[in-house]
Design a protein around this ligand. Structure first.
Ligand code: SF4
Length: 223
């Protein structure tokens, strides 16, 4: 059964408001071989890292988030296309559940691949996505465009819902202010940074936290 498909994940959290429009469930897949210099999520690179889950468990998180008013699901990583069967099953199941919840919540996937780069059967795993952000993160090509980490990355709506949700944002820049949010849950899992930081924002964040007496050990963006 699709819900029994195994998947390794780095994290999951609701609500996240920095990775797409509205209050969203964000799921980070574990494992990425693309190794972009400057990646803020090096902890997601090891395919054996993170934790084991099933697609069914992730769908339970999505169902619970929808009950709490989630406006979308963002799947990031890591590289979601590195686990194509799990991604495809997750998007199919998430699409079914959102129809029962009014049909307005969108499904967004971040991939470091360009269209045509991954084999067709792997790219097909994105079939259930309403929108995708494609392309490697290139640290030397900053951008002000919302939800993209570098100027080469493309935000591409793929469905009528995706066009409605993302069309108004394709050329929209970030307003002044922080682009990331911080979560310190105190449960021994460390401090989490959610979002797409501006150039230098993570260094400024570290300095600000240090000034408040909180020193980050082993930040995931440092080699
Ligand atoms: S930025 Fe994304 S695609 Fe690039 S190494 Fe990091 S997780 Fe992988």
């Amino acid at each position: 059964m699709a819900e029994e498909i195994a998947v390794r994940v780095a994290d999951g959290y609701f609500p996240v408001e920095t990775l797409g429009p509205g209050r969203r469930l964000a799921l980070w897949f574990q494992g990425c071989a693309l190794a972009c210099p400057g990646c803020m999520s090096r902890h997601t690179w090891d395919p054996a890292g993170g934790r084991a889950a099933t697609v069914g468990e992730l769908l339970e998180l999505w169902e619970a988030a929808l009950e709490r008013g989630a406006e979308g699901l963002t799947v990031s990583g890591g590289e979601p296309l590195a686990q194509p069967a799990a991604l495809a099953a997750l998007l199919r199941g998430a699409g079914r559940l959102r129809e029962h919840a009014g049909g307005t919540a969108d499904l967004l996937v971040y991939t470091g691949h360009e269209p045509g780069e991954a084999p067709g059967e792997v790219w097909e795993a994105l079939a259930g996505a309403d929108a995708v952000v494609t392309g490697r993160f290139r640290v030397a090509e900053p951008t002000d465009l919302v939800w993209r980490g570098s100027a080469n990355q493309r935000l591409v709506p793929r469905t009528p819902l995706g066009i409605r949700r993302y069309g108004p944002h394709l050329a929209r820049g970030y307003p002044p202010g922080p682009r990331v949010s911080l979560r310190a849950d105190g449960a021994g899992t460390g401090t989490r940074v959610y979002g797409v930081p501006a150039r230098g924002e993570l260094r400024r964040l570290e300095r600000g936290l240090a000034a408040s007496g909180l020193r980050l050990t082993d930040p995931s963006w440092r080699p």
